[in-house]
Write a protein that binds this ligand. Structure first.
Ligand SMILES: [Zn+2]
Length: 260
């Protein structure tokens, strides 16, 4: 990932930001965490990335990183982004599915409140919006999405009833426990706030978590990461690799019986 170190140095010297100081602290905390590596486990990790809507330079930059680090990533497509998708975007989905990525249904129009796409809607409306994304992705790429994660994770009991009608969808990220498929729950978090990956926050969460925890379902929103957020993400990956973590897709979690 590209970091403009010269500009960061100039800005820091001019007092415009304190990013170098924050990065120095982050680096020290990373080194400290490495020393305590025995306090953590070699978790299985599912990455849940949200909000794929195109194949712009930010996506391509992250894609290069994901491939270089050989990660497996579930990435949520917002259905209406395919209405006017160019070939680059469609090919990105087609060529990468089941390689470094498995794409999932992340709603159709991604309403973010006060009205939400799922929470507060009838079962029929929720079935309709899930169908629209399933259909447009299949029609344009030939891929049947097998997992779902609601925009903003805003769901209600009608979402469970709606999802139950989709036999192709087997997995629900951050779903409800009463779902007859498999819900992958947020056992721990790496984003301090939405869109803000935070290495130190993840370490705190892991330190406080159940020592028998085997799987992490880590959510990220990579679209607008600045350099500091990219470095946090990179340190998270570096740390997970040091722990000996394995990056997996949902099917593998089920095969290994470690989804709870
Ligand atoms: Zn989203």
């Amino acid at each position: 990932m590209q970091i403009k170190w010269g500009q960061i140095l100039i800005d820091t010297l001019r007092g415009k930001n304190l990013v170098l100081f924050r990065l120095a602290k982050l680096y020290i905390n990373y080194k400290k965490s490495i020393k305590h590596i025995k306090d953590f486990a070699a978790y299985k990790v599912i990455f849940k990335l949200d909000d794929l809507v195109n194949c712009n330079e930010a996506v391509l930059e992250l894609d290069r990183y994901i491939k270089r680090e050989d990660l497996k990533v579930c990435w949520g497509i917002i259905g209406n982004s395919l209405e006017s998708a160019d070939n680059n975007y469609l090919n990105f989905i087609k060529e990468n599915n089941n390689k470094n990525y498995q794409f999932f249904n992340h709603g159709y129009n991604h309403l973010e409140g006060p009205e939400y796409e799922f929470c507060g809607k009838s079962v029929e409306e929720q079935i309709d919006t899930i169908s629209k994304t399933q259909k447009i992705v299949y029609d344009k790429t030939g891929i049947t999405l097998r997992a779902f994660g609601a925009p903003c994770n805003r769901i209600d009991d009608n979402t469970t009833a709606a999802l139950e009608t989709f036999k192709d969808i087997k997995y629900w990220f951050y779903g409800k426990n009463n779902y007859s498929g498999i819900s992958f729950l947020p056992y721990t978090r790496a984003e301090k706030t939405v869109g803000n990956p935070d290495f130190e926050f993840l370490i705190e969460n892991l330190s406080d978590s159940d020592k028998n925890m085997k799987i992490l379902i880590l959510q990220f929103h990579p679209y607008h990461w600045d350099f500091e957020q990219k470095i946090n993400f990179h340190l998270i990956i570096k740390f997970l690799k040091k722990l000996g973590c394995e990056f997996i897709f949902p099917d593998e979690a089920v095969q290994q019986d470690i989804y709870k």
